[in-house]
Ligand binder design. Structure first.
Ligand code: NAG
Length: 308
């Protein structure tokens, strides 16, 4: 087959979901509704934490970081998906697709780091309650938060710089509703083996690394909680980390789905659904989990709403 001129490919086409007009409109309404709720929920958490002195603890500062991240994470993905569902513009330029991929993956990486830092924070709070405030002071918490952002973006920058050198000469259709690293690898007509190896190493290091930190923290937390003599004390200690645990389980559940897939080709539709969970549903749930499970957040919210 003749090799088409590279300049023939000006950008990519995002397929979105197959289906008739009604499905597209339903998806549009669903995504729009979820998106608005997500932004509102996360903005609420940030405003509550900023305006209440009792929430000025490392745990809630990290939560603020997480909410801030979730807002950008869904914003990187949902508005373009909305345009696709409306049938407006399935085309996306190279630079648009590149930036979308870069932000979604950098923010995803940062989320792994933030969640493991939050687990470490809970470990210190529960296992070393007397020394907690001296160890996790404002300097350390700011350094940890900042480093998770810097590392998240740095790690993906390495990969992105390699991806930016790929050339494209063939099919340019991406069967998804946003650009991801896989689509660049699949569609490129240059050799991508180095990128694939690097992407694999990065995902193993980031996911396994943060998973180990989180798991170890929770093993120590559990053994400490089990040694608390009174049932009431056990419950109190557990309640301070239960929201984080739920958020972690939600986040890792979608990760596991993305890695343990039966076969790359057949599971494209499944992958898309898992992507929805990851990029649309999880960011929506986090603020509600924290708001509903934590007494301090509930009190701050009542305080704001009713001035009591
Ligand atoms: C992130 O966390 C750090 C340290 O706890 C805090 O100083 C900073 O204000 C937070 N940033 C955001 C955007 O929430």
């Amino acid at each position: 087959m003749e090799k088409r001129n590279q300049s023939a490919v000006m950008g990519f086409i995002l397929l979105g979901f197959p289906g008739n007009q009604y499905l597209q409109i339903s998806l549009f309404v669903l995504f729009l509704f979820t998106y608005i709720l997500t932004v509102l929920g996360n903005v609420t958490i940030i405003t509550l934490v900023a305006n209440h002195r009792c929430l000025h603890t490392p745990m809630y500062c990290f939560l603020c970081n997480l909410s801030f991240l979730e807002i950008w994470y869904t914003t990187a993905c949902v508005p373009k998906a909305l345009a696709i569902f409306l049938g407006k513009s399935k085309a996306i330029s190279f630079i648009g697709c590149f930036l979308q991929m870069y932000f979604i993956f950098s923010l995803g990486c940062t989320e792994y780091f933030l969640l493991s830092i939050m687990a470490y924070d809970r470990y210190l709070a529960i296992c070393y309650p007397l020394h907690y405030s001296t160890i996790m002071n404002s300097t350390l918490s700011a350094q940890l938060a900042l480093s998770s952002w810097v590392c998240g973006f740095l790690v993906i920058s390495v990969l992105a710089s390699l991806i930016s050198r790929l050339s494209f000469c063939g099919p340019n259709v991406i069967n998804n509703f946003f650009c991801e690293i896989d689509s660049w690898i699949v569609l490129s007509c240059t050799d991508t083996s180095i990128i694939q190896i690097l992407a694999f190493i990065i995902s193993i290091v980031v996911i396994l690394g943060s998973c180990v930190i989180t798991l170890l923290s929770y093993i120590y937390i559990t053994s400490t909680i089990l040694r608390i003599p009174s049932a009431r004390g056990r419950q109190r200690a557990f309640s301070t980390c239960s929201s984080h645990l739920v958020v972690v389980l939600l986040w890792y559940r979608s990760t596991i789905f993305l890695f343990v897939k039966p076969s790359a080709r057949n599971s494209l539709e499944l992958t898309k659904i898992v992507n929805i969970l990851n990029t649309v549903v999880t960011p929506l749930l986090n603020p509600f989990i924290y708001a509903l499970r934590n007494r301090e957040v509930k009190e701050a919210m009542q305080n704001t709403l009713f001035g009591t």
